[in-house]
Design a binder for this molecule. Structure first.
Ligand code: ZN
Length: 321
């Protein structure tokens, strides 16, 4: 069974996992399958460790595929083949299992995100990628809701999905094919990052915080500052940094605070993943032209990601002002 999980596939997974312009922290996932078995990244693990740790878990491919179509609870936990394994398959296992391609890779590509968060950007991406026949998938919560949106639109020929406000899925018959297509897509969507000046404001940071040197530019740019404090643009931002970015500390202990016109502060205790997510936000906005208005996922989608009751969440937002 282990012969399916090739060195090539591990190396590809580790390479994209180590590239912060493809994947940040434990985000993104890769899978390799035959008709009966699929190896998929385990939840909570980082693709960057694909060559040095056991980050993949084998599932019953057909059982996982039927979860994509409504059998089971969609977590694919019961499809894990090794009863001794404590690894849980990625929350995104169902679409990997349902797509009839041997090697599937899903990334939170900065180049893709800088296009798919806006209508204008999506139009440009559609043109740039026309010969790959990409399928654009509207935003849905990762897990079964996203899988359902993907399957509604996929054809047996679809090898490239652009997930609006989320990222990319690239498919191939072999690791080399998937790798090659991903590199071509990244090349087409490449946008040079705007030059920004890293600066630390003169003022002392709040107690327990440091100024975020490389990212503080976003607080200085009026349009970007309004965008990042006014909404969230992709799921992992909400999962790791909370909804949008707050402009003051609160009982929620936000890891990042924006002081409009001054700078951005990051809590000293922030994790490496939270730091990577702040860098990701800056990487995206450095590539977003002023004319492309970014569309936030909205309060309901944020509440879903935080597993908050939507109505309570709206009340909390309203009270927050
Ligand atoms: Zn994802």
């Amino acid at each position: 069974m282990n012969t399916l999980l090739t060195d090539n596939f591990r190396a590809f997974s580790a390479r994209i996992g180590a590239d912060p312009l493809c994947i940040q922290g434990p985000g993104g996932n890769t899978s390799i399958k035959d008709d009966t078995v699929m190896w998929i990244k385990a939840s909570g693990f980082e693709l960057a460790d694909a060559e040095t740790s056991e980050i993949f878990v084998a599932v019953d491919r057909m059982a996982a595929k039927s979860e994509a179509y409504g059998a089971g609870d969609g977590t694919c936990k019961s499809t894990v083949l090794d009863p001794e394994s404590e690894l849980r398959p990625s929350i995104e296992t169902t679409f990997h299992a349902a797509l009839d391609w041997r090697v599937v890779a899903h990334t939170h590509s900065v180049a893709a995100l800088s296009h798919v968060v806006s209508l204008a950007g999506r139009k440009v991406a559609r043109k740039l990628l026309a010969d790959f026949d990409p399928v654009f998938v509207p935003y849905a919560k990762p897990g079964l809701p996203l899988t359902a949106e993907i399957l509604k639109r996929a054809t047996p020929e679809t090898r490239l999905f652009l997930l609006e406000n989320h990222g990319l899925i690239v498919c191939g018959h072999t690791t080399a094919e998937t790798d090659n297509l991903m590199q071509r897509v990244e090349g087409r969507l490449y946008r040079a990052p705007a030059h920004v000046v890293g600066a630390v404001p003169g003022a002392e940071p709040l107690d327990g915080f440091d100024w975020a040197e490389a990212e503080s530019w976003m607080a200085m740019d009026e349009g970007v500052c309004a965008a990042i404090t006014g909404g969230s643009y992709y799921p992992d931002h909400v999962v790791f940094l909370g909804a949008g970015l707050p402009v003051a500390d609160s009982e929620l202990s936000p890891p990042v605070i924006v002081l409009p016109g001054q700078g951005i502060q990051i809590r000293r205790s922030a994790t490496s993943v939270q730091r990577a997510m702040l860098t990701c936000l800056s990487d995206i906005f450095r590539r977003l032209p002023k004319a492309w208005a970014p569309e936030p996922i909205g309060p309901e989608a944020e509440a879903e990601l935080l597993n908050w009751d939507a109505e309570k969440y709206r009340q909390w937002l309203a009270a927050k002002g």
